[in-house]
Design a protein around this ligand. Structure first.
Ligand SMILES: NC(=O)c1ccc[n+]([C@@H]2O[C@H](COP(=O)([O-])OP(=O)(O)OC[C@H]3O[C@@H](n4cnc5c(N)ncnc54)[C@H](O)[C@@H]3O)[C@@H](O)[C@H]2O)c1
Length: 469
């Protein structure tokens, strides 16, 4: 559709991105990426920053949360619907460059609240007017990936609490920019990693907190989701922009869904930290095969050269030596899975389907598959208090509702966010670091310390309700 943006807008960040891509592709051809670890250089370069940390940033409680949404396509419209379902919110502005999509969202607000919401459309950078509005407290960003960082930076520069879809950043440099901006402007910058609010994932966090699994040694996560259907319509929605990334980038292009909940359970950025990564990809065949078998030779997908390997497997080691296997595959005939496995000295939890093996239940040799009693005992408070609403509102089985409810609860009670800007940065840069490793024959790449040492004295996350005010 003509009023859709070009695939790579000419924002400063994307000019930078293109430079990086050019350098990366050229470098890969001559093996130049075996040079000193990108992450190390960045970490050293940023170490001297005078900014104060925003780890566990607590801001004054807000009575009512006035929300502006940028990007109201498939994901943004859902976040909009759920935001209106949570008490204490008001939608004060919407932005989307695609007119019909925006109209649909305006109608949704009108039907739900009876109000006509102000809108912004017509140009790629019109969102800047939304983030400048004095009646917007919090900005939700649900646009294609290349827009996340420029939009989040502008939102934070205007003092807005900023909530950005996954992945928050596409490379190390941009992740640093998010961190530095949140620190400079003293605002929340949370990536909307909704899987951290799944009922199973939050129950797992409670199992870890109660020491049911013992000392955690290893985790396994994934984003295995057959997305070949996005090739069906390449004029609108994800089909318009997502396949383009699979022709430009390698490695794990969507790392955070399987990883986020495990990182919280393992105390990443809170007592431990990602240290290094190695990554390998299989050949890139799935999308090309789907395009060839499903569409005529002159169909746009048949003109693309896919380079993102079908199955990417990365191994991450933490500062304390623990390991995490992370996989990404979006073009194979496999059932959906985020694996969601966490292994401790006393037991192992695994997802898809949920099960538990415990030393003191038969030596851990057999899975316990009926977890009803475990959920009764260890359900996180967000689910035990919001179960009915979450079930009624839905959104990936209710976790999207729980996430938005929790964000609003934190803002209204002056609590820190459960996911910090340091988490957004460390989880998202796996895209960049895994790509660097894949291009350099699985060479090890170091993670920057986005917290600049603060991880060493930060307590693990506790997802609890505020004391009644
Ligand atoms: N957390 C989740 O479960 C989940 C699920 C789906 C998508 N996502 C993420 O949400 C984001 C959006 O995905 P989607 O599926 O909604 O894609 P989409 O293409 O359906 O929607 C994106 C919208 O952004 C608009 N847009 C593009 N450039 C813009 C600009 N400069 N200014 C304003 N609007 C602009 C488009 O017109 C479109 O309506 C992506 O980052 C994706 O990774 C997350």
């Amino acid at each position: 559709m003509s009023d859709h943006p070009p695939h790579e807008p000419s924002s400063p960040v994307n000019v930078e991105r293109r430079r990086f891509l050019g350098a990366t592709l050229a470098g890969a051809a001559v093996g130049a990426l075996d040079a000193p670890a990108h992450g190390e250089e960045r970490a050293t370069r940023r170490a001297a920053s005078a900014n104060r940390s925003v780890m566990d940033l607590a801001l004054p409680p807000m009575e009512r949360i006035r929300i502006g949404v940028i990007g109201v396509g498939m994901r943004g419209a859902e976040l909009l619907r759920l935001s209106m379902a949570v008490p204490g919110t008001e939608i004060t502005a919407l932005c989307d460059t695609h007119g019909p999509t925006l109209e649909h969202a305006v109608e949704l607000v009108r039907k739900t609240t009876g109000k006509t919401v102000p809108t912004y459309t017509g140009r790629d950078d019109i969102y800047k007017a939304l983030v400048a509005r004095p009646d917007v407290d919090a900005v939700i960003i649900a646009t294609p990936w290349q827009w996340h960082v420029p939009m989040a930076l502008d939102s934070m520069a205007n003092g807005k609490q900023t909530f950005v879809e996954v992945p928050a950043a596409l490379n190390v440099e941009d992740a640093w920019q998010l961190v530095e901006s949140a620190e400079k402007h003293r605002v929340h910058c949370m990536m909307l990693e909704n899987c951290c609010y799944g009922r199973s994932e939050l129950m797992l966090l409670e199992l870890v907190r109660a020491d049911v699994l013992g000392e955690i040694i290893h985790g396994e996560g994934a984003y295995i989701h057959d997305l070949r259907w996005i090739l069906k319509d390449m004029n609108v929605g994800e089909g318009h922009w997502r396949p383009q990334w699979y022709t430009k980038r390698m490695g794990n292009a969507y790392p955070t869904h399987g990883l986020g909940p495990l990182a919280q359970c393992m105390g990443i950025n809170r007592g431990d930290q990602f240290d290094s990564i190695v990554s390998m990809s299989s050949p890139a065949r799935g999308f090309a095969a789907a395009a060839k078998s499903g569409f005529p030779a002159d169909y746009p997908a048949n003109k693309l050269k896919f380079i993102l390997g079908d199955m990417n497997s990365s191994l991450i080691q933490t500062k304390s030596g623990r390991t995490l296997l992370l996989q990404h595959d979006v073009c194979s005939p496999r059932p959906y899975s985020r694996i969601n496995l966490l292994q401790g000295l006393k037991g192992t939890f695994a997802g898809y389907p949920d099960r538990l093996a415990l030393d003191d239940h038969g030596g851990g040799e057999e899975w316990i598959t009926d977890l009803t009693g475990w959920f009764r005992k260890y359900d996180n408070v967000l689910w035990s208090t919001q179960l009915e609403q979450a079930t009624a509102q839905g959104g990936h089985g209710g976790m999207d509702f729980v996430m938005i409810w929790r964000i609003v609860h934190c803002l209204r009670n002056g609590l820190p966010m459960d996911q910090s800007v340091y988490d957004a940065a460390a989880w998202s840069v796996i895209f960049d670091l895994s790509e660097q490793s894949v291009r350099a024959r699985a060479a090890r790449r170091d993670f920057p310390d986005f917290t600049r040492g603060v991880w060493q004295h930060t307590a693990p996350v506790k997802i609890e309700l505020a004391a009644a005010r």
